[in-house]
Design a protein around this ligand. Structure first.
Ligand code: SAM
Length: 270
């Protein structure tokens, strides 16, 4: 049997989880049930993969590092049915992967250098995803889960919370990994909201409002959103033009997007 011989690759964000207690906590948080379609992003040397496979019997993993493919396959023999997709996760069409067989449950100790692109990629396929349990930099998880008034409340918080419920589960120190990363980590659970609950008719308009509003977070909405709408529009949507983005609830961003989207074509943001 070949083992995992290649040294960790920095450019692929390889920090392998080695503390059994945190691995167990992740498996407990995922709590797979018969019939669940588990997909792990970045299995690495299998720290989370094999406990999950043992518990659930089958698992699909997406790994970009070719040096890990054969060792993963060999190590899975006798443990369970492991399907390996050797690809960049950003090129994987989760909707296609889910097919007609039910939504996916995504799990992963994500490569931190591309964690935000992975989150937004998963959001694009939110209809094919039942939930996500991800290990990320704690600083990113804090931003994802924060609310109005917090210094770290921003674009990431609003975009994710508009489409998912976000729950920070627990923190993980650098010493739990080999090699240890420079920062603290945390595990977060994301559960995509049902389409009817999201209530965003024009996702591109919503995204633009959020991006511009936080692009200049010290400015009032009236000034930050100059390219999108007028102060009168903001008022007509039921919001204060002199408020700042960091004071607005997710629902208020949605309210503004709904109002602007309902304007006649000439008055709507281009
Ligand atoms: N799950 C393992 C663990 O907890 O020990 C490894 C986690 S390590 C932080 C991230 C993993 O993602 C590595 O195995 C790395 O090779 C893989 N990876 C990095 N970029 C990737 C990409 N674009 N697509 C798929 N996997 C990727």
């Amino acid at each position: 049997m070949s083992t995992f011989k290649a040294p960790p690759k920095k450019n692929l964000g390889q920090h392998f989880l080695s503390d059994r207690s945190y691995i167990d906590r992740i498996v407990m948080a995922v709590n797979p049930k018969p019939g669940d379609r588990l997909v792990e992003i970045g299995p690495g040397q299998g720290a989370i993969t094999f406990p999950l496979l043992k518990k659930h019997g089958e698992l699909t993993v997406i790994e970009f590092d070719r040096d890990l493919i054969t060792p993963l396959m060999e190590a899975s023999e006798g443990v369970g049915r492991l399907t390996i997709i050797h690809k960049d996760v950003l090129q994987v069409d989760f909707s296609r992967l889910a097919g007609d067989e039910g939504p996916l449950r995504l799990v992963g100790n994500l490569p931190y250098n591309i964690s935000s692109p992975i989150l937004f990629h998963a959001l694009e396929h939110a209809g094919a995803v039942r939930d996500m349990h991800f290990m990320l930099q704690k600083e990113v998880v804090d931003r994802m889960a924060s609310g109005p008034g917090s210094k770290v409340y921003g674009r990431l918080s609003v975009m994710l919370q508009a489409y998912c419920t976000v729950t920070s589960l627990f923190d993980v120190p650098p010493g739990a990994f080999r090699p240890p990363p420079k920062v603290d980590s945390a595990v977060v659970r994301l559960v995509p909201r049902p389409a009817a609950e999201i209530g965003i008719a024009d996702p591109a308009l919503f995204e633009r409002i959020v991006r511009d509003a936080f692009g200049q977070r010290r400015k009032t909405l009236r000034n930050a959103l100059q390219q999108v709408c007028t102060g009168a529009d903001i008022e007509a949507a039921g919001l204060r033009p002199d408020a700042r983005a960091e004071q607005l609830e997710v629902a208020e961003f949605r309210q503004l997007a709904t109002y602007l989207g309902s304007l006649p074509p000439g008055a709507r943001p281009a």
